[in-house]
Design a protein. Structure first.
Length: 386
């Protein structure tokens, strides 16, 4: 006599439309699915029962990747900056959901994700784009695994392409002097003096306020940045990371340029009259509001053309400042703190091109030291022999 099957074991049954249905029960709730063949229905039922015995929850069985990503994004709103959230939303909407969004979370397997990455690359997506897709999926699926919504973390065996670093273009000492020279009548002279001596990020330099500056000591506190948020325009936000909240030192020449700039700003304020909106910004627009990133970039490019210099990004001035610091023998730890890097390895890896010069100087110094030691030894030996 056949043993009666437990209702939690589910069932496979023929449908009136000629297809076959399969059902299982998870946490007292029924889940069912339709297949074209009885064999496929039986296979699904067996796989589901195995997953249930391993701990699959009802919620995990119901979710599609699209549904989970929507909830995951909502949970990230209080944890990441709005600009980063916008990037996550875009990559999910543009890349992930059209390709993987309809797959049930429990059915998302490593080989399917790897196929997706290869497909994006073959369609012309850059390594950087696919790497960012991987970052988003990694964060979401780790959380799903931690919550017990999936039994296995599929990205454990999936590798994304390595992102390509953007080409770093560096201005040398003479080129920087030429840039500062042509900037004298542009209203950007003081801003560029700060940039080439401290390497601030564009959002950080736009967000500087006069209250951040100590005129006597030359200390400049980096406490905020300006970013564009979807629907809100330009807003003040915290710097990129905790290490980015820092103090940098300005030299006497830069302080002098800031005093001149302060006098010029006073005249701009008078000309603007009632149109001036006081934000205490060191580098505002003509009405006292935060300067547009695009406007600063356009003015900067015009100065490059005027100075006959190669076209570079504004961010390359940050690289130029860091390179000059290292070549001048400034300790990498000081360079790291000035730039606001999270750790010194990031600084050394980013600016490894400057290290051969430092290593050559170190070799010469050590050579001189050893030579001096040998000479002193010979002199001492002669004295003893006498």
């Amino acid at each position: 006599m056949n043993k009666k099957r437990d209702q939690n074991d589910g069932s496979v049954y023929a449908r009136k439309d000629g297809n076959f249905g399969a059902s299982v029960t998870i946490q007292g709730r029924r889940i069912q699915k339709t297949f074209g063949t009885k064999a496929d229905a039986k296979h699904w039922r067996r796989e589901m029962l195995l997953k249930i015995s391993d701990g699959l929850s009802y919620k995990g069985a119901q979710y599609t990747l699209r549904e989970f990503l929507a909830e995951w994004l909502a949970s990230k709103k209080s944890q990441i900056k709005p600009h980063t959230l916008e990037q996550y939303e875009q990559v999910i909407r543009t890349h992930i959901n059209p390709n993987l969004g309809g797959i049930a979370l429990k059915d998302l397997e490593a080989f399917r994700i790897a196929q997706f990455y290869n497909q994006k690359l073959s369609e012309g997506a850059s390594e950087n784009t696919v790497y960012f897709i991987h970052r988003v999926l990694r964060g979401a699926l780790r959380q799903a695994h931690g919550m017990g919504l999936i039994l296995h973390y599929p990205l454990a065996v999936v590798k994304s392409p390595r992102p390509r670093k953007k080409e770093m273009k560096i201005l040398n000492d003479s080129q920087i002097r030429e840039l500062l020279l042509v900037s004298k009548e542009s209203g950007l002279e003081a801003l560029l003096h700060i940039e080439v001596t401290t390497g601030l990020r564009m959002g950080e330099i736009i967000g500087l306020k006069w209250e951040d500056l100590d005129w006597e000591t030359g200390e400049l506190r980096i406490l905020r940045q300006v970013q564009r948020e979807k629907g809100n325009g330009l807003v003040f936000t915290f710097p990129k990371s905790q290490k980015s909240r820092r103090v940098v030192m300005l030299g006497p020449a830069t302080i002098s340029k800031l005093r001149e700039h302060s006098d010029q700003q006073y005249m701009c304020r008078k000309l603007a009259g009632d149109r001036w909106v006081e934000n205490d910004l060191i580098f505002p627009n003509t009405h006292g509001k935060p300067m547009e990133h695009r406007r600063l970039l356009n003015d900067f490019k015009e100065l490059l053309v005027k100075a006959g210099l190669p076209e570079i990004r504004f961010h390359d001035l940050r690289h130029s400042a860091a390179t000059m610091m290292l070549k001048q023998g400034i300790h990498p730890k000081i360079v790291q703190e000035t730039l606001g890097h999270s750790d010194i390895n990031l600084t050394l890896n980013t600016y490894s091109h400057a290290l051969p010069t430092l290593q050559k100087e170190a070799a010469n110094l050590m050579d001189q030291l050893i030579t001096l030691t040998e000479i002193q030894g010979e002199v001492k030996k002669v004295k003893i022999e006498r």
